[in-house]
Write a protein that binds this ligand. Structure first.
Ligand SMILES: Cc1cc2nc3c(=O)[nH]c(=O)nc-3n(C[C@H](O)[C@H](O)[C@H](O)COP(=O)(O)O)c2cc1C
Length: 188
């Protein structure tokens, strides 16, 4: 059974909500085994990452780039990079921040380049942009209009019980579902 690991960081819980939405998307696909892995627990799970068919990376955007805790994980993975242990695995990414843009694209680019350094195969979001016409709204899927991965935006005065909004959580679920479906297709 193909396995999909979602490895993520979140200080205040908003990106964790997004990570759990990605998990729900993976869980929609029968025959795929998911693992939700906070970066704080990664030391016990390197073998799970090495065995995975797909790894989905997620972190908040802090100061226009991946959060420091996630970057620490990225650098710790360099011991596996040397052996190309993750070569040919599927990869995808998601990020969340306070502003509409907030320079989230830079974080997704970091994640995609990180995956490429590991020889992984990047899976894009695969959802057309929403909220880009007079009939659009913030309730649209992919309301932020990302292609590279899933973006979410959390108002900075809202807790993780209220942000990111439903549209961003549903968008994150579609990324998880897409990665799981492709992992299953490759495994068959
Ligand atoms: C140190 C720090 C830097 C931040 N930098 C950005 C940023 O560059 N762009 C942005 O839109 N939001 C920024 N934010 C806001 C966070 O991305 C936002 O609050 C996010 O929801 C936090 O995610 P978390 O709850 O998973 O930690 C920053 C927050 C912190 C604490």
């Amino acid at each position: 059974m193909p396995t999909v690991v979602i490895v993520y960081h979140s200080t205040y819980g908003h990106t964790e909500v997004q990570a759990k939405a990605v998990l729900q998307g993976v869980q929609r696909v029968d025959g795929v085994s998911p693992l939700l892995l906070p970066v704080a627990e990664v030391e016990k799970h390197w073998d799970d990452l090495n065995r995975a068919d797909a790894i989905i990376f997620g972190c908040p955007t802090y100061m226009g780039s991946a959060s420091a805790d996630f970057k620490r994980f990225m650098e710790a993975s360099s011991k596996l990079w040397a052996e190309q242990k993750w070569k040919d695995k599927l990869a995808a990414g998601f990020t969340n921040s306070g502003s509409q843009s907030g320079d989230k694209l830079n974080t997704l680019l970091q994640l995609a380049i990180f995956a490429a350094q590991h020889g992984m195969l990047w899976v894009s979001l695969g959802v057309l942009p929403g909220n880009n016409s007079t009939t659009g709204s913030m309730a649209d899927l992919n309301r932020i209009g990302s292609y590279l991965g899933a973006m979410a935006q959390s108002n900075i005065d809202l807790g993780s019980d209220a942000a990111p909004p439903r549209s961003d959580r549903d968008t994150a679920s579609l990324l998880g579902q897409r990665v799981a479906e492709i992992a299953l297709r490759i495994a068959c």
